[in-house]
Design a binder for this molecule. Structure first.
Ligand code: 5GP
Length: 206
């Protein structure tokens, strides 16, 4: 059975805090894109630590992605869906409005809670790069958008998805913690937060 690890709100807060200087100095983001739902809370916490005196808050935009796989079914009109290898958009930036144009020439930090197989992050980076390039072409702008990635946890395992080589070479990927291939229980998923915190307190450090 996969080992479960319980992470508290307090720990999430401190993981964001511990990563903020590096993000501010190395990535200098103008904007964050939170991958829903796990990226929302870390992005909001990070925003407080990334705030510079007299500067406005860094805006957060949201996209929703879900991993699914359609398995063959005896009834073709009723395909079976299970967690898998194909990513679908449940929410995306509005390509026709200013949302995508706003990314042109910016430093954009993509935020998610966990990098497991990396399938979701690969999709997010590739698709955002493609759509921003289309927006830049439409504007006739040669300005480049630089994407970086922040996750709370990276699982140390063979990845199915890949991030752009220049992102890895330039160290524009940051995981606050690298963990074994465990199942991480985040506090926002808990239905009983006191029990969640009790389990977190009673577990060995991971
Ligand atoms: P990927 O395999 O594409 O890196 O991760 C896909 C998604 O699966 C993540 O964004 C996250 O929502 C979910 N996921 C993967 N591993 C874990 C985990 O250990 N705990 C939780 N709560 N979600 C996970």
């Amino acid at each position: 059975m996969v080992e479960k690890v319980y992470v508290t709100y307090n720990e999430v807060h401190k993981l964001c805090q511990a990563s903020a200087d590096r993000i501010l100095n190395d990535f200098t983001p103008n904007l964050m894109i939170a991958i829903g739902g796990g990226g929302y809370v870390p992005a909001r916490i990070l925003r407080s630590f990334l705030k510079r005196p007299a500067a406005p808050n860094i805006p957060i935009q949201a996209i929703g992605l879900s991993l699914y796989e359609q398995l063959p079914s005896s009834n073709p009109s009723n395909p079976v869906e299970t967690p898998g290898t194909k990513v679908t958009r449940t929410q995306w930036l509005d390509l026709s409005s200013l949302e995508m144009v706003n990314l042109v020439g910016k430093n954009v930090l993509i935020v998610d809670e966990v990098d497991d197989t990396r399938t979701t992050l690969e999709y997010a980076v590739k698709e955002l790069q493609k759509d921003v390039q289309a927006a830049a072409d439409k504007l006739g702008s040669g300005e480049k958008t630089q994407f970086s990635v922040f996750v709370l946890h990276n699982k140390d395992k063979t990845k199915k998805g890949h991030l752009p080589q220049d992102m890895m070479d330039d160290e524009r990927y940051l995981a606050a913690r690298t963990v074994l291939d465990v199942w991480i229980c985040y506090p926002w998923e808990a239905t009983d937060i006191d029990e969640h915190d009790r389990l977190a307190a009673s577990q060995a450090s991971y």
